[in-house]
Design a protein around this ligand. Sequence first.
Ligand code: ATP
Ligand code: MG
Length: 428
Amino acid sequence: MKYQRPKGTQDILPNESEKWQYVETVTRELLTKYRYQEIRTPIFESFEVFSRTSGETSDIVTKEMYDFYDKGKRHITLRPEGTAGVVRAFVENKLFAPEVQKPFKTFYMGPMFRYERPQSGRLRQFHQIGVEAFGSEEPALDVETIAMAVSLLKEFGLNNLKVALNTLGDAQTRQDYRQALVDYFTPFAAQLSDDSKVRLEKNPLRILDSKDPADQEIVENAPVILDYLTPEAKEHFTTVRSLLDALGIEYVVDTEMVRGLDYYNHTIFEIMSDSKAFGGKWTTVCAGGRYSGLVEQLGGPEMSGVGFGLGVERLLLILDAEEIQLPIDNRLDVYVVGIGEVTNEETLKLVQALRQQGLIADRDYLGRKPKGQFKSAARLNAKYTLTIGETELAEQRANLKNMDAKEEISVSLADLYTDFAAVAEKLN
Ligand code: ATP
Ligand code: MG
């Protein structure tokens, strides 16, 4: 019997995991500057948390949910995205209360689950970095969110990014636009894909997002939402655009972009890359926007939010493809070489003491001969080796060698236990 990981999942192995840690650390540092604090919600939630919020015609709800009944016959879903769970927690913990500082800004990082056809950059378990800010309607907050996403991607050395921007307006806008779309698509109903026939009934806006080539041809001449904006919606969008200009953030307005989830209004955006990681095809790495109705749908007061979700696997694919070197240093500081069984206790005490001094240190655990131990030290790219044999032990000394300069000196164990760095300085 050969066991394999489930289709569409990945093992993130050592060396690869350091890249993940780097991405997570840089992200935490950056988001903290914007006063975002981390939230950790469950990886599974009641099915209704997503079915009520993601929209009954969304791909996520209709095709991609990992849902099951637990032993208590509760309908459970592995989260396909982060926002709904965060909103559920926001409401359940009454974070909408006036005494909680608004906007309430929070971020999360973690695995998401969607039953998709796996391919490069599309997995069944994937990871998102996401942010949400609740309790302000200000266009400036939309712009801060976009600026934060752009800064984050730039922080990783990504260039050649495209920010695509659109607005879905307010409720009135969408009602008018929906009617315009129904009027436009109805004469083409017979030519639409089966999915889009259903969308025409339930959510015609979603036809704009269709990946079917025949649908896309019909979509080309569809009415444009910008022509249906109410004065308030237009003002919101105009302000967003001028604030983006003020920050020097380049963007293109893409009126066919509607986003996969039903709860967005006003600003929506996607940040795309044409990296060779995706064969040069513009691919979305980060997507988000403003939403309303979600907090209310999950039992809270009416309060809007704005946020984004960023796909970590796609980010890492770009970093690899563009050969961007991350400043990851997991080089070993000291390898302690013990010669003979008598040194076993001393070398164990010594590596332990070095770690307590803040160094990355290791020794042999396979009974290797000195030659093998030096080989290990070289393979681990150790900066120093410390060698102790029977004679050194008797004299309470060790030989310290700088692996780059190949210089070696005899040092006292007592000094090493006090301050390795001071001892090592004598070598440099
Ligand atoms: P797509 O149109 O590519 O299916 P989506 O609209 O479903 O994207 P969102 O729900 O907006 O994607 O998720 C935000 C980001 O999360 C995406 O831009 C992408 O980087 C990442 N993402 C989404 N689904 C997957 C997946 N199955 N595998 C890997 N990353 C994903
Ligand atoms: Mg999708």
